[in-house]
Design a protein around this ligand. Sequence first.
Ligand code: ATP
Length: 306
Amino acid sequence: MNDQTPAATWTGSTPWTGQLNLPDAEQRAREAGHPLVELTDVSKEFRTPARKLFERGQVVRALDGASLTIERGESVAIVGESGSGKTTLIRQLLGLSKPTTGTIRFAGREVDARSGDLGWLRRRTGLVFQDPYSSFNPRRTIEQSVSESLEGAGVAGDHGAMVRAVLELVGLPASAATRYPDAFSGGQRQRIAVARAIVHGPELLVGDEPVSALDVLVRARVLGLLAELREEFGLTLVTITHDLGIVPQLAERTVVMQGGKIVEDGPTAELLEAPTHPYTRELVASRLRLPDTTWRGEASAPPSEG
Ligand SMILES: Nc1ncnc2c1ncn2[C@@H]1O[C@H](COP(=O)(O)OP(=O)(O)OP(=O)(O)O)[C@@H](O)[C@H]1O
């Protein structure tokens, strides 16, 4: 089977039950006045290991006073050079790491990474990693891997049926559930990674370079899938990318990071057309000068579907 399937055309017979986990009317009313995500003056410092005895390691300020508000249903791209703090920002946002200073709120509720009780946030968020090859355990079936999100979010019910339904939702046959990752091409694995990130019905889907390992055609299809999921289920998307070329298709709003700071934040079209910060101007200019350097062929041949 090659990756020709149109994005998010759900033709399965089992309804995708992930959406049943969304907040009920009472909770929605309680949260109505709050943005989905709110970072206020968030900084994160790391201390690098000391090289000599009695010496203290150096402090790296990975995030420096970042404030960001994301409303429900928005799609936001986060761009910036390597080391600018993009991953650190989303790790704070998902409660995977505690900021040194500042606060993070999700739907008005404070995210405390040390509370040990972030099940509520796991249920409401999903994450897609960059590498479709290393992000799956080769010894676990697709059903086992995708089910992990349901277990992590504490979702009750028939996990097998939920996995099959979500696989169909992302354009794969339900029979993919019983196969192993090496049966799938890079693009198909990224569809499965999307399935794993949404199976439990999150409202926020975060992607850390989710398409940068894919060739241009497959990349466009996976971006199309994300756009359709957003439209159909009202998902909020936050996506890190190095590639300014995909930003117009991906997000109507772009946040530019440099040295741990958010240096520009605005509508994508305006930001690319008339960047105001010198660093954004530099990024846009270098994009225009360079060919598409991230192009790569698919690393495995498309398998045949028996
Ligand atoms: N656990 C850590 N310990 C020490 N320094 C860290 C740690 N995590 C991140 N850093 C440093 O913080 C800075 C920001 O890193 P981060 O990974 O957030 O950047 P990035 O923009 O996501 O980069 P890339 O695009 O390469 O993934 C970098 O200087 C990085 O070396």
